[in-house]
Design a protein. Structure first.
Ligand SMILES: [Cu+2]
Length: 205
């Protein structure tokens, strides 16, 4: 028998959704869209009606360069827009002109993981022109990470640092509890109207 489920049926559905979104977008630049063997195991299990995963104890490295906690519990995000992180998760700006994709997430832990968890997190993402796919060369700033269902958020503001063309690093994300978090990024105004990118991410407990 499989071990008790790490991802419930909801989690498996979210993973499937995220994979569909990531795979459905036309060739975003330099975004690794690969899915770890652990997640594939989960999806296969869910498809077989067994929403369970069996894997070794501790942080589990995957071939997608991502690690997740063995006992990560995403149930606090049920019935929310939050998705389970994987490299390639995307967001379209409110104005529709830019698309962002998460490249990597590092959380300090302990233990340190290459996925979101409670505590300090660093995110790397790309921003591309939604039409041409060309790397965006725009200024990006972060708002305070927010928990929409709880009406509270981080008291400090993460710092966004541009890297290679279209690549940005956000440091100082501080998830202080598990659940549905919004990372909202401000882009330059379009015709005087705010343009924002929002990632709805589940921080597991
Ligand atoms: Cu909260």
């Amino acid at each position: 028998m499989p071990m008790p489920s790490r991802f419930d049926a909801w989690g498996a559905a979210q993973l499937c959704w995220a994979r569909t979104i990531a795979g459905g977008y036309g060739s975003p630049p330099r975004v690794p869209i690969s899915i770890g063997s652990v997640i594939l195991t989960c999806l296969v299990s869910a498809g077989a009606g067994l929403a369970g995963c069996s894997s070794d104890a501790g942080a589990v490295p995957t071939d997608g360069g991502m690690t997740v906690a063995h006992d990560a519990d995403f149930s606090k995000c049920a019935d929310t827009p939050a998705v389970i992180y994987m490299p390639g998760v995307m967001a379209t700006s409110s104005g529709g002109d830019y698309v962002a994709a998460l490249v990597s997430v590092h959380s300090d832990g302990p233990p340190a993981l290459e996925s979101p968890q409670i505590g300090l997190n660093t995110w790397v993402f790309t921003v591309s022109d939604a039409v041409t796919g060309a790397p965006a060369q725009i200024s990006v700033t972060s708002e305070r990470p927010w928990m929409p269902l709880h009406g509270h958020g981080q008291s400090t503001t993460p710092v966004v640092t541009p890297g290679d063309a279209g690549m940005y690093t956000v440091t100082g994300i501080d998830f202080f509890m598990a659940g549905y978090w919004q990372i909202k990024l401000d882009l330059p105004q379009m015709a005087g109207i705010d343009d924002k990118l929002t990632f709805d991410i589940c921080v597991p407990s």
